[in-house]
Design a protein around this ligand. Structure first.
Ligand code: SF4
Ligand code: FES
Length: 248
């Protein structure tokens, strides 16, 4: 199929950036979206032009790197997948496709479609881990009975891949879905209880310091999340935060 691509090109963080038009012919419907961009990039390199910079790594929906807007939707038109899992069969011959980076103050554009998501790393560093020593004579974690509902909810929260689609889709650029998933995966398990108070306080503090907006319950984040992270996590994080505030 033949396509017109309108792609955001921006040389550096300081550059203003603009949409540039490209035409592609004989695109196979069996190609993945990123393979289609690979072919375009090869054509640009062959012509001596600068290839389009975009993030990618696993190409299996695991790493969360391939983050971009496709026709105004985070990760493209299909539900519950990342851009690397999107295939060209989701488009029609003659289509025009807009491809843009995430837009959020806390995710500044580095180049073309690549944004700086180190704000997420700093939130993780603020508390998204367990540092108690679990080696040696401590009880085997698998010997602690955990309610099946809690175990399932913890695992669901842990599937967050840190892609940032929740932030990009939110009119307030809120990171609440991401942070709440990271808080929830520990809050639901006994191993997470020791540092629970510091974790939620520090992660929320860092989230606010990074310039993310507030949650106003529009739910766009849940709809666009490729991993189906539930809004229930935000409610749980708010309860954890309230509990921690009383303790603190
Ligand atoms: S909550 Fe969903 S959309 Fe947000 S970073 Fe995690 S996987 Fe991506
Ligand atoms: S490249 Fe890893 S999730 Fe898409």
């Amino acid at each position: 199929m033949n396509l017109t691509l309108k792609i955001w090109r921006q040389k550096s963080a300081k550059d203003k950036g603009k949409i540039v038009d490209y035409t592609m012919s004989d695109v196979s419907p069996d190609m993945s979206f990123l393979e289609m961009l690979d072919v375009l990039n090869q054509e640009l390199i062959d012509k001596g032009e600068e290839p389009i910079a975009f993030d990618h790594d696993c190409r299996e929906g695991i790493c969360g790197m391939c983050s971009m807007f496709v026709n105004g939707q985070a990760h493209g038109p299909d539900r519950a997948i990342t851009v690397c899992q999107l295939h060209m069969r989701s488009f029609k011959d003659g289509d025009t496709i807009y491809i843009e980076p995430w837009r959020a103050k806390a995710f500044p554009v580095i180049k073309d479609l690549i944004v700086d998501r180190s704000s997420f790393d700093r939130i993780q560093h603020a508390g998204g881990f367990i540092s108690v020593n679990t080696s040696g004579n401590t009880q085997d974690a698998n010997a602690i009975p955990i309610n099946k509902h809690d175990a399932d909810a913890a695992f669901d929260a842990a599937t967050c891949i840190g892609c940032g689609a929740c932030v990009a889709s939110c009119k307030n650029s809120s990171a609440m879905l991401f942070v709440s998933a990271k808080v929830s995966q520990f809050a639901l398990l006994p191993q997470g209880q020791v540092e629970a108070t510091d974790r939620v306080m520090n992660m929320v503090k860092q989230m606010d310091a990074e310039g993310f907006g507030n949650c106003t319950n529009t739910g766009a984040c849940e709809v666009e999340c490729p991993k189906g992270i539930s809004l229930e996590n935000i409610a749980r994080m708010n309860r954890e935060y309230l509990k921690a505030s009383f303790k603190g």
